[in-house]
Design a protein around this ligand. Structure first.
Ligand SMILES: [Mn+2]
Length: 428
């Protein structure tokens, strides 16, 4: 599968080079940065352009030299020191496509200062050569536009990242049902997925009760709730396989109550909207449809007293669903290019009413996206709604009923096809 992936990716890179009038690019895997006044580094995050070509994701200081229509050279960093373990590297289909030259120190890196018409793809501070164009815009825009279409190899990796994450989600639900703390539940997830903190595509969101209303809640309480106080559990957690991410959210109610019914309603509409994500669908439309459906649910639960369209048009539905329906997914959790209008890099911004929408493109075959609607009871936004004169639409006693549960989000990872979708999170 990698061989076909390589064929596609190298074709795209060659095209990008031609468009940018370049003879080649140097693609740098990246390096670590130390904390201020310290010799301890932040976690390493690999350049997505690098891991698009080579499934080496944890090794800094590597460079791919990709030249027009020729076999690329991989300068593979293998330090001769006794501080770090060496990466297991040159196994797999991918290695046949590269001339691999190990480097162990800076002196081993060839002098690139003679190269003409070359780009350097990497962090701003990684570039030492005046003759190289840093992240040339024409090249970047073209590649980022094309990266939205995933190869079979990429979809397979995201699928495996889903399967692994689902093991973690299962373990986490069990932990919640047993009444364990947020932190214990986080550890259950880590154990089940065999990931460490650095390997996660993003920090787990493990939220019980009202913490579910904090969209990027990271705290992880160590204390357990008493069973009679335990109400809800929202988990947003993924995995990585060969540098490709999954991004999955589930919400559970501890008891069989109204909140459990609301979860069922959100899940139903989430699946429906997801099934509409076929070729030609506008993601902005899907986002707006999601708003109307969520507003209908909120009304059915007697939380607001106006109809869905009015809730949308007045901005009232934003109070309960204040983030976008989803985003591209792949080498990055929020894969790049979601606002691009074309391969030249023109931008299609999100609608004024929905500034946080990360994806405004029309969907194409083999795009991989997330669909993640939600309903939350967020004090700050409810207060603001009151201040903005929307308070009369809201049934405040119902807010009191639901606030202790925090919120609901349900998120799947979906492959866009012509007349159907492949839901990577719900494959059996
Ligand atoms: Mn997401």
């Amino acid at each position: 599968m990698y061989n076909k992936h390589y064929k596609y990716v190298s074709k795209i890179i060659n095209k990008g080079l031609n468009k940018a009038k370049l003879d080649g690019v140097l693609i740098y895997s990246g390096h670590v940065h130390n904390y201020f006044l310290d010799d301890m580094p932040y976690a390493f995050a690999c350049n997505p352009h690098f891991k698009w070509l080579v499934p080496i994701t944890e090794t800094p200081h590597c460079i791919i030299h990709f030249k027009l229509d020729s076999k690329p050279v991989l300068y593979l960093y293998q330090p001769k020191d006794y501080w770090h373990s060496l990466p297991k590297t040159t196994e797999g289909d991918w290695a046949d496509h590269f001339e691999i030259i190990p480097i162990s120190c800076k002196e081993d890196v060839p002098d690139f200062s003679h190269l003409k018409n070359h780009g350097w793809i990497g962090q701003n501070d990684s570039h030492e050569y005046d003759n190289l164009q840093l992240n040339p815009q024409v090249y970047m825009d073209f590649i980022h536009w094309k990266r939205a279409n995933k190869t079979k190899y990429e979809i397979e990796n995201i699928k495996q990242a889903n399967q692994l994450a689902l093991k973690g989600h299962k373990a986490a639900e069990l932990s919640f049902r047993k009444g364990y703390s947020e932190f214990e539940t986080h550890m259950a997830y880590m154990l089940a997925t065999k990931h460490n903190e650095y390997q996660l595509p993003y920090g787990n969101i493990i939220a019980q009760n009202e913490n579910g209303a904090i969209l990027h809640y990271q705290h992880m309480q160590r204390l357990r709730h008493k069973p009679e106080n335990l109400k809800s559990f929202l988990i947003d957690a993924g995995c990585q396989v060969n540098g490709y991410a999954s991004d999955i959210t589930r919400t559970y109610s501890y008891n069989d109550d109204e909140f459990a019914q609301m979860i069922v309603a959100v899940e139903k509409m989430q699946i429906k909207i997801g099934n509409k994500a076929t070729v030609g669908a506008s993601y902005v439309d899907l986002h707006q449809q999601a708003h109307l459906k969520l507003a209908t649910i909120i009304k059915e639960f007697d939380i607001i007293n106006c109809d869905a369209q009015e809730a949308h048009d007045t901005g009232l539905s934003n109070v309960f669903f204040p983030h976008g329906l989803g985003h591209y997914l792949g080498l990055q959790v929020h894969d790049i290019g979601g606002h691009q209008k074309n391969k030249k890099g023109n931008i299609k911004p999100p609608p004024d009413l929905h500034p946080f929408l990360r994806l405004t493109r029309t969907l194409k075959k083999n795009n991989v996206i997330t669909i993640e609607p939600g309903i939350y009871f967020i004090d700050m936004l409810l207060e603001k709604a009151k201040a903005d004169g929307l308070g009369h639409y809201i049934n405040w006693s119902r807010i009191d009923d639901f606030k202790p549960y925090g919120g609901i989000r349900i998120e799947d990872n979906i492959v866009v096809k012509k007349k159907h979708v492949i839901n990577l999170t719900r494959m059996s």
